[in-house]
Design a protein around this ligand. Structure first.
Ligand code: CP3
Length: 341
């Protein structure tokens, strides 16, 4: 029996709205912090499949979310393409050499860096009930490219945006290379048991409209086409964070089954603009969940009301913050489960 979340992504409205939270496995959970301290670091945790499967299960065991998202990171793809990857405390991720300093052709791919992730998916699948949907994921090519070019996170993604204007052929070659590895990576996750996949485009919002067409819509369309050919009917969730008024074009042109919506968009506008029947995921402000208080339940219900006429997966507009109190998450879950449209 497929789960409620999977049914919803395929376009059905069930008897209640399914719920999961981006970054639901992570530092706001004491059991995560304990296991991470034991393993020493984030990458050590990701590459220990048994521990990574345990981390994936932690929010399921605690809260009973409708979806489990593989515990890994979008930067595993550049790591497999041959960049070194480190997560330094307080500084965020570092990839080296950065492509502002080195040509893509000088990287030596290390495809073996992907296989342990599939092992995690298999272990999670074995532990999960059939009602809980197992989500795989990858970064979208544009967002991954912003990290590969700069070698780190950046406020406005200027290094990648500048490269895309200065040398579009070289940037296209980079995007194409990321698409190829990502298609393999997603296929490996699906073959290991992922039932749907999400493409995280965290920096989709920094591009001018024509650049958005070329570097966000086109590569995501290539990925959904590759998935549709190999895995017909498998839902792809696209999350073009910050896409604003470009969201409807993204929804129509990429071939995704569902769109993730960030908290800056009015759900009533989104509900009106998306193609009829398309599933939507979102979009509570993670800072409202952090703050809690009287506005939390009402804010969640306003989103549920706005999306009442289409398939809706409740989620945040971005990842849950590390200082979010567990009690606020419990209030949110009760509110979503109690709501009836
Ligand atoms: O959603 C989940 O629970 C699944 C796991 C997941 C992680 N990262 C685990 C993680 C997912 C889906 C991601 C996606 C990801 N990673 C994105 C896209 C979504 C977004 O948040 O915009 C991006 C941009 C990254 C790159 C990345 N990884 C950053 C910027 C950081 C933060 C660095 C820091 O120190 O805060 C990470 C690290 C990371 N990825 C953590 C987790 C739980 C924190 C690691 C830790 O324990 O210190």
């Amino acid at each position: 029996m497929p789960g409620l979340l999977l049914d919803t992504l395929r376009g059905k409205r069930g008897e209640r709205v399914p719920l999961w939270l981006m970054r639901q496995a992570g530092r706001y959970l004491p059991e995560y912090r304990a296991l991470r301290a034991e393993k020493g670091g984030f990458l050590e945790l990701v590459y220990d499949s048994e521990a990574a499967a345990e981390v994936t299960m932690q929010p399921i065991d605690r809260f009973g979310f409708d979806g489990a998202i593989l515990f890994s990171d979008i930067l595993i793809v550049p790591y497999a393409m041959g960049q070194d990857l480190a997560f330094l405390a307080g500084e965020g991720p570092k990839l080296s050499p950065a492509l502002v300093d080195t040509a893509l052709a000088s990287l030596e791919a290390v495809p073996g860096r992907l296989a342990p992730i599939y092992q995690t998916v298999r272990q999670v699948r074995a532990r999960l009930s059939s009602e809980t949907t197992l989500l795989g994921f990858a970064g979208s090519p544009w967002t991954v490219a912003t990290y590969m070019v700069a070698g780190e996170g950046s406020r406005d993604q200027h290094a990648a945006r500048e490269m895309a204007y200065r040398d579009p052929a070289a940037f296209q070659a980079l995007i194409d290379a990321i698409v190829a590895v990502t298609a393999e990576y997603l296929a490996g996750q699906i073959e290991a048991g992922a039932e749907a996949v999400q493409l995280f485009d965290s920096w989709a919002g920094s591009l001018a409209p024509r650049e958005f067409e070329r570097w966000v819509i086109a590569p995501n369309a290539a990925l959904t086409a590759a998935m549709a050919e190999r895995f017909p009917g498998l839902p792809v969730i696209g999350f073009p964070k910050g896409s604003g008024e470009k969201l409807p074009a993204y929804a129509r042109e990429t071939g995704v089954a569902a769109v993730g919506v960030d908290e800056t968009l009015d759900p009533a506008w989104v509900a009106h603009e998306l193609p009829a029947g398309m599933a939507v995921q979102g979009n509570l402000d993670p800072l409202l969940l952090l703050a809690g208080g009287e506005r939390l339940a009402g804010g969640a219900r306003a989103i549920l009301d706005a999306f009442a006429d289409r398939p809706h997966v409740f989620n945040l507009g971005h990842g849950i913050g590390q200082h979010t109190p567990i009690a606020h998450v419990e209030t949110l879950i009760e509110t979503v489960r109690a709501w009836r449209g």
